[in-house]
Write a protein that binds this ligand. Structure first.
Ligand code: ADP
Length: 485
């Protein structure tokens, strides 16, 4: 397998660096690619180049930037099958789920290309005669983009595209285990004619490359998605440097789906199973707690287990598979350890809870069964901590107020779902759930690119929203101008 390059200004293959292997999590015998472990100096160089490139790129007309974005969309569309396959080989999710990321990326490109040509300022009426007041939006400069592996294409895309569309330049560090699809995305930008240095891709460790992207004085803003722990670390590092830069942190979730007594049981089961076990539970938007009325417990649980049994686990490349492997050994060990924690806390393991072994398809990958714990109480670790795998905690409640208290009882506040036919219940839930996104009769997973996204509490620092028109706000600053005539 050939050694791949990075983008520091332009495409380079740094032969004097150590290369590390990227392996398929469904079959770890298969090496997908090799990428360089860059050093701090390489990241520094990429930041310097991004800084120089900003001078020209920020002056490019929005219509010209949009022209390039439309072209990137066309190129990705023409490579969609191949990119979806690469994503599956590298991260493990099913091909339809990978294709979903590819399509979302294309949609984001066209959405921001359209949005940016519209202009973003205002004209404000003055208290003085013969005066015009207007606001304009200006790009910030060099943006550090630091991203996780679970949505290795569309999540970086929803940061990078609005950043570049508004005239910023970017230095991007993807997660160490998913650089291949990152490389494909950046390559599409350059194939579309993006000027050198506007989008830089650096692969390497969090401690060297990641740290440089956080602490370098030429960085003008940071947008990060990852764990709560890392979010806190980054926030602390920037604080210590005493620099007033924007730091957007999108962190974890411990999302609950509530079935109300007035809700459709079959719908609730379907949405929960899809949101808990789809993407192998490796989504910030996954459902990890299912709240059911105490007196409906047995009926709902029976249906939940029946539906879960139908999930087909396997290699994401195979047709008909619903749930791929976990993305890495680290994830695999973590999920299995949380299953042990659940058992030792006294929760009842009623489905799954094991690694899958014993056939050629499973023996070389990080496969586990979908797992359901019943009798989970809010004080248990499996009810509070983000597991980030196919592990669902079933909890019971008596009144809707109690259910909402349980929904709000964790450190996180990303998404909450309710299944109900009662509009008043839905309205109360929308009002009282302390989250950034509410879903009524819809799965917790699945976000549309034109809708603002972001959590509260431990799910993020709420530094503007991502996606939607709102993303433009993070990547630009407002200048107010008074003109007398
Ligand atoms: P995940 O488990 O999803 O990888 P992390 O929060 O560990 O979540 O990592 C998300 C991204 O942040 C990855 O690209 C990782 O390399 C990077 N990262 C981790 N720690 C740091 C750090 N201290 N400074 C900068 N980047 C970091």
């Amino acid at each position: 397998m050939s050694e791949r390059g990075v983008f520091i200004g332009r495409h380079v293959v740094p032969r004097d660096r150590e290369f590390y292997e990227i392996r398929n999590p469904a079959d770890t015998r298969q090496v997908i690619a090799k990428f360089p472990r860059l050093r701090r100096d390489d990241a520094r160089e990429a930041i310097n180049i991004a800084k120089d490139s900003f001078i020209k790129w920020s002056k490019t007309l929005p219509v010209e930037r949009a022209r390039i974005l439309y072209k990137v969309a066309d190129i990705i569309e023409s490579r969609a099958d191949e990119m979806a396959k690469t994503l599956t080989l590298e991260e493990g999710k099913t091909v339809p789920d990978s294709m979903f990321e590819v399509v979302r990326t294309i949609n984001l490109l066209r959405f921001y290309a359209g949005l940016i040509t519209r202009g973003q300022g205002k004209v404000i009426q003055s208290q003085d005669k013969n005066t015009i007041i207007m606001t304009t939006r200006e790009p910030l400069g060099v943006i550090s983009v630091i991203t996780p592996w679970n949505f290795p294409l569309s999540l970086p895309a929803w940061k990078i595209i609005p950043a570049i569309a508004t005239g910023n330049t970017v230095v991007w560090k993807p997660a160490s285990i998913t650089p291949t699809i990152a490389y494909e995305l950046v390559k599409a930008f350059y194939d579309a004619g993006l000027p050198e240095g506007v989008l830089n891709l650096v692969t390497g460790s969090a401690s060297e490359v990641g740290d440089e992207l956080v602490t370098n004085k030429d960085i003008d803003a940071i947008t990060f998605t990852g764990s709560l722990q890392t979010g806190k670390e980054i926030n602390e590092k920037v604080g210590r440097l005493n620099r007033f830069i924007r730091v957007q942190l999108e962190l974890g979730g411990k999302n609950a789906m509530v079935l109300s007594r007035n809700g459709d049981v079959n719908l609730a089961v379907e949405l929960t199973v899809r949101s808990a076990f789809g993407l192998t539970g490796q989504a910030c938007t996954a459902t990890s707690r299912f709240l059911i009325p105490e007196d409906m417990h047995d009926e709902v649980l029976g249906k939940l287990v029946e539906r879960t049994k139908k999930i087909v686990v396997g290699n994401g490349l195979r047709n008909g598979v619903d749930m791929g492997p976990l993305a890495s050994k680290e994830q695999y060990d973590k999920i299995l350890s949380y299953i042990e924690i659940g058992k030792s806390e006294g929760a009842k393991l009623i489905y799954g809870g094991q690694p899958i072994r014993g056939s050629e398809e499973f023996d070389h990958g990080y496969f586990v069964t979908p797992t359901i714990f019943d009798g989970v109480t809010p004080d248990m670790r499996i009810a509070k901590e983000e597991i980030f795998g196919p592990v669902l905690a079933v909890m019971t409640y008596r009144t809707l107020d109690e259910a909402i208290d349980i929904v709000n009882s964790t450190e996180y506040g990303l998404i909450a779902g309710i299944v109900t036919r009662d509009i008043s219940e839905a309205a109360k839930f929308i009002e009282d759930a302390k989250v950034g996104v509410v879903k009524v009769n819809k799965p917790t997973i699945g976000l549309e690119p034109w809708v603002p996204y972001g959590g509260v509490k431990g799910s993020g620092n709420d530094m503007y929203k991502e996606m939607g028109e709102e993303a433009i706000e993070f990547f630009t600053r407002i200048k107010a101008t008074y003109i007398g005539y």
